[in-house]
Design a protein around this ligand. Structure first.
Ligand SMILES: Cc1ncc(COP(=O)(O)O)c(C=O)c1O
Length: 398
């Protein structure tokens, strides 16, 4: 006789989080395409460029030479040297080998950092709009998110906004520039000021610099070049966007040795090491020719301009120009009014149903009146998507 007693429930921790809205969008697009629907996908958070050939070749060679076994937990010494050296060359940092760990993606590095730093009830300051995963990572670790809304300031974060959000319970400040979803940058003096405030208050700064190389004005900026070995700063980087390697899963953290050592402990229990073949590809990416980054960057600048022109003067839509990453984050509140809708999620669903255009609703980023438009698609696909979006918005005008 089967027991009628219900099976014991999942952990309560799980209730604190939800599926990433960007991953959810990826699933929806796959389902629609499988059922033959023509969609223009302006949802993805990844480069449309292929991984450069020399990187792919290194992975093929790695397989043929049997580099297919576990490696050291933080990645091979060669890979970690390559990460440290690349960061030194590009940002003038000076990390030692016990201050670097390679991880299967920047996301995984960030997840570990949150698990290590956050205790139940700790406050974590997150400027919004913010990447969908920060809040869930914080909550899964038991932390409380304290959001600092940059929207009224056209997504520009100023140090006083952060300072006002700090309390005795603040443990971490998360910074992400260029920002996903707004594409906003931060200037060096504001960044430095925030790190000074954090150092004075003994608060950690987690700098997610996954889009650092996709900076369209001035040079890429890392907090490491302003702070020199501060004991409260961790930099998280990724090869995903820089080298068009999202599927390979390779990122890293640079920070104080005790934190990196703690990350090794967690990584050793969770995944043992990043994929060995990916690590060889990563070495080729970091030590090989860097011209691919610049040509992709120029491609994004041109696509950004194309998207900005397309979104200009649309009724009910206001778009702030973005100087980094590959996203725009238009305010669609005028369209919500025209359509008598409450939220960006409803807007995105209607846009998809009527026109087959995918954008990511802003709720997950902390902005229910905005949608994220990724322009990391071909010129042709962007033109098609923008034309449909324009048609949709003009038809709703009242
Ligand atoms: C802001 C931000 N940080 C981190 C990541 C993680 O990238 P990955 O895990 O591919 O290195 C992403 C990916 O979309 C991102 O947008």
């Amino acid at each position: 006789m089967p027991s009628t007693v219900p099976i014991r429930p999942f952990s309560r921790r799980l209730n604190a989080i939800e599926i990433s809205s960007t991953s959810d969008t990826v699933n929806t697009v796959a389902q629609l395409r499988n059922s033959g629907v023509d969609v223009v996908d302006l949802g993805p958070g990844e480069p449309h460029f292929p991984t450069p050939d020399h990187i792919k070749q290194a992975a093929i060679e790695a397989i043929h030479s049997n580099k297919t076994k576990y490696t050291a937990v933080p990645g091979t010494a060669k890979l970690r040297e390559a990460i440290v050296e690349r960061h030194h060359l590009d940002f003038g940092s000076n990390y030692d080998m016990d201050e670097v760990i390679a991880c299967p993606g920047g996301k995984y590095a960030l997840f570990m950092v949150m698990q290590i730093l956050i205790e139940e009830g700790d406050e974590v300051v997150i400027p919004t709009p913010s990447w969908v995963s920060f809040k869930d990572m914080v909550r899964f670790a038991g932390g409380q998110c304290v959001f600092v809304d940059t929207t009224p300031n056209d997504f520009v974060l100023i140090p006083e906004m952060v300072e006002r959000a700090l309390t005795d319970r603040t443990k971490v400040i998360i910074l992400n520039f260029p920002n996903n979803p707004s594409g906003a940058l931060i200037d060096a003096s504001s960044l430095k000021r925030i790190t000074e405030i954090a150092a004075f208050r003994k608060i950690w700064v987690v700098a997610d610099e996954c889009y650092a190389y996709l900076t369209f004005v001035g040079k890429p900026l890392s907090v490491a070049q302003l702070t020199r070995h501060a004991s409260n700063i961790v930099v998280v980087g990724s090869l995903s966007k820089t080298y068009a390697m999202t599927g390979w899963r390779l990122g890293y953290a640079l920070g104080p040795a005790p934190l990196i050592s703690a990350m090794q402990t967690v990584q050793s229990q969770e995944i043992s090491c990043p994929c060995s073949v990916t690590q060889m590809a990563g070495i080729a990416a970091l030590t090989g020719p860097q011209g691919c980054i610049e040509s992709m960057r120029q491609g994004y600048v041109q696509l950004r301009d194309q998207a900005m022109i397309g979104l200009k003067d649309l009724p009910g839509i206001r778009t702030v120009a973005a100087d980094g990453a590959f996203f725009l984050f238009p305010d669609v509140s005028g369209q919500l009014r025209f359509l008598n809708l409450q939220t960006a999620r409803e807007f995105s669903t209607l846009l998809l149903r009527r026109c087959g255009v995918v954008v990511v609703p802003g709720e997950g980023f902390g902005s229910p009146t905005h949608v994220r438009v990724a322009y990391s698609v071909s010129n042709r696909e962007l033109a098609r998507g923008i034309a449909k979006l324009r048609e949709f918005c003009l038809a709703n005008q009242r």
